[in-house]
Design a protein around this ligand. Structure first.
Ligand SMILES: [Fe+2]
Length: 256
């Protein structure tokens, strides 16, 4: 399945591949390197991408400190940045901005699956969003805003500073939030809490749930087409499709 996925991603003629984590189970260098190889990161003629790490990529504090993900995924972690910090970063793709935000952290206890953006990165996100000119802004994180049910994640699995991140995204004119982490795919329309659509990619690699999405953006209109792997004929086929309107496009915090 991974080989078929890898080939299909390259043959699709896409402008960008978006990877919202996890690349690994334990954050080992070998795992991350294998994932990057399958995504053809840094290989000649390969489709460029944008990536953010998942919580498993920082499974232990030593994996996070070692920076395996940042080193191996480096070609997909570039764009407009604030100072020397890797995250967040913004890539201009056609008329749109794609913004990679790191919402994963290493945690001390095995049962602790919380994430967080942190005050410093949040400040940089605010500055970055103010700096970007024109076009829809699409935020890419690992952690979700909502569960499929519309509920918030339980505290031990949630992004610690979600309220502040959502508020910063709102002020910064984010028009769409894409994320990973949850293994099923779903989406939510704009709400009072998060005034932009939120789409969960679902797992690309879990047996029986393997799928990815093809996004086509025209102006502020987005079409999402699921591609689902069928083991019987070793191919991806079209699955569910949906369309939505991106919101925002202007930073309301401009000039503050
Ligand atoms: Fe995750």
């Amino acid at each position: 399945m991974l080989a078929v996925l890898s080939d299909e991603l390259q043959a699709g003629g896409f402008d960008r591949i978006l990877f919202s984590g996890d690349a690994s189970a334990m954050g080992f260098e070998e795992e991350v390197t294998r994932a990057a190889y399958l995504l053809k990161i840094g290989q000649a003629g390969a489709t460029p991408g944008l990536a953010v790490p998942g919580n498993h990529d920082y499974c232990t504090a030593s994996a996070a400190r070692a920076g395996h993900f940042e080193r191996v995924f480096a070609p997909w972690l570039v764009g407009e940045q604030i100072g020397d910090a890797i995250y967040p970063f913004a890539q201009r793709v056609g008329h749109a901005w794609l913004i990679g935000l790191n919402s994963s952290t290493a945690n001390r206890w095995p049962w602790d699956a919380r994430g967080g953006v942190g005050r410093d990165q949040l400040r940089r996100l605010e500055e970055l969003l103010q700096r970007l000119e024109g076009g829809p802004r699409i935020l890419v994180t690992h952690y979700p805003v909502w569960l499929a049910s519309g509920r918030r994640e339980p505290r031990v699995r949630a992004m610690r500073d979600l309220d502040a991140v959502v508020e910063t995204a709102r002020r910064g004119g984010v028009g769409l939030w894409l994320h990973g982490h949850r293994h099923t795919s779903y989406y939510h329309p704009p709400s009072d809490y998060a005034p932009f659509p939120v789409v969960c990619a679902g797992s690309a690699t879990q047996s029986g749930r393997w799928s990815y999405k093809v996004y086509t953006l025209e102006g502020y209109h987005l079409r999402a087409q699921s591609r689902v792997y069928h083991a019987k004929d070793d191919c991806f086929h079209d699955g569910e499709a949906f369309e939505l309107e991106l919101t925002g496009g202007a930073c309301t915090a401009q000039g503050k």
